[in-house]
Design a protein around this ligand. Structure first.
Ligand code: NAP
Length: 324
């Protein structure tokens, strides 16, 4: 199969298209012929060995994908060749990521892809929507009627959080850095949008809550925003740190009078049972179209390096996806 192979960590240029042997399934595995693979910032951190994450070399990157079931092991039930599916990871086998034409999966990694969604949309589900769900529902314990600020609403996780918040009956505010991103955020359901580069946007957000503050903040870049977030919270407010790329000074006193909480979140900490519950919710939302993955840019598999450069640039517009 054709696949992207990383033989040494480094810049985007280490993502090289190669002809590799197909991964070999075991009796309890399925083989999925991939049509699209999702690109996530974490793929960049792993490829560059940043943030303490060192991959085992060589490897095929990617944990998001969508395609068609090609074969089903004798110990697998509930799937048949030809099923359209999206993936929430791949089996722990060497050289078995989603930046490839084929991936081997356990049944727990394989979810139905509704007919109204394209393969690139399917490849945009796993990390973004599971992260958003775990942040909003599991960590923030958001409830209908609360106000949520999605601080960084134009990217993969942000769009997912907006859609989940709206489906739950929350009031959703969001930010984006470009006109195009702000238009997308409104189109995807945010009640109001703000420009996180504008000097007075924090005052505008506070005014949008009549000075009460927001109950929940889903924070994509805590090293820039965490201190500002604390000043925007209502009493009993919660900030969920989803993304962070450096150190930050905060005035911890701002948490005190509000009984506020700063909550960390790493999707990798979700247990297999959490994953089953999260994907049951996501699959229901995909089926009834309250969740609608947005693909902003598609790159051919061979241009994975360009996709990795793009995912770190400002001006997000939904997900970046590789197509085979
Ligand atoms: P993405 O698609 O690249 O989106 C990044 C978002 O951050 C965009 O909406 C961008 O807005 C926004 N942003 C940029 N500068 C900002 C600022 N000063 N204030 C507020 N927002 C700002 O990335 P993603 O896939 O959504 O992931 C978002 C973050 O979550 C990344 O740091 C990623 O590593 C992290 N993440 C963490 C987990 C976890 O398990 N904790 C899982 C998935 C992702 P503009 O481009 O419009 O400026």
């Amino acid at each position: 199969m054709r696949a992207i192979c990383v033989r040494k960590t480094g810049g985007p240029e280490v993502l090289v298209l190669e002809e590799l042997p197909d991964p070999v399934p075991e009796e309890d595995h399925l083989v999925v012929r991939l049509h699209a693979a999702g690109v996530n910032p974490v793929d960049v951190y792993i490829r560059s060995a940043a943030q303490g994450r060192k991959p085992t070399l060589p490897y095929v990157p990617g944990m998001d994908g969508a395609g068609v079931v090609e074969s089903v092991g004798p110990k697998v039930s509930g799937f048949a060749p030809g099923d359209r599916v999206y993936l929430s990871g791949t089996a722990a086998l060497p050289m078995n990521g989603t930046y490839a034409e084929r991936a081997v999966c356990t049944p727990a990694h394989v979810h139905p892809l509704p007919a109204h969604l394209s393969f690139p949309q399917g490849a945009a589900v796993n990390v973004a929507y599971a992260t958003a769900y775990r942040s909003v529902v599991d960590r923030a314990r958001a409830v209908p009627g609360e106000t949520m600020l999605v601080h960084g609403g134009s990217g993969g996780v942000g769009i997912a959080a907006i859609q989940i918040g709206r489906a739950m009956g929350m009031k959703v505010l969001a930010t984006a850095g470009t006109d195009r991103g702000r238009a997308l955020v409104i189109e995807q359901g945010a009640h109001q949008v703000f420009d996180h580069h504008s000097p007075d946007y924090l005052a505008a957000i506070a005014a949008a809550t009549s000075g009460r503050g927001v109950d929940v903040i889903i924070e994509m870049i805590a090293n820039v925003n965490l201190d500002k977030d604390l000043g925007l919270l209502a009493r009993n407010g919660r900030v969920v740190v989803v993304g962070n790329r450096g150190r930050v000074d905060i005035d911890a006193r701002q948490t005190m009078g509000r009984d506020a909480a700063i909550l960390g979140m790493t999707l990798m900490n979700a247990t297999p049972e959490d994953r089953v519950r999260i994907h049951a919710a996501l699959d229901a939302g995909l089926a009834n179209a309250s969740l609608r993955p947005v693909v902003g840019r598609e790159f051919p598999l061979a241009e994975a390096a360009a996709a990795h450069a793009a995912v770190m640039e400002p001006g997000a517009y939904g997900k970046i996806v590789l197509v085979t």
